[in-house]
Design a binder for this molecule. Structure first.
Ligand code: HEC
Length: 62
């Protein structure tokens, strides 16, 4: 389940579907264990908003 999330990290659609499936499993168990208030969602924004994670235009240049 979580392995699928990591293997698809370069393919947005596959990643999103694997992530959504994994979050469904997480949330399903939280409901069954009487903790429905713990809800995992798909992030709407990157976790660190003040950093740009694009690769450099010319990585070999120092
Ligand atoms: C087998 C059942 C089960 C599965 C699967 C599960 N959880 Fe949980 N989770 C729990 C239970 C039970 C608690 C409450 C633990 C407690 O009360 O100390 C919990 C608590 C949490 C918390 C709150 C932790 C805290 O500090 O109170 C988070 C965050 C969380 N789970 C995330 C996840 C994520 C993300 C996944 C899926 C990748 C996941 N859980 C899958 C049962 C599960």
């Amino acid at each position: 389940m979580l392995r699928a999330v990591y293997t698809h990290y370069k393919d947005w659609n596959a990643f999103q579907s694997a992530y959504t499936e994994a979050a469904g499993v997480c949330n399903g168990c939280h409901e069954e264990t009487a903790r429905p208030f713990i809800v995992i969602t798909v992030p709407a924004a990157p976790p660190v908003p003040n950093q740009q994670w694009e690769p450099p235009a010319n990585p070999s240049k120092k």
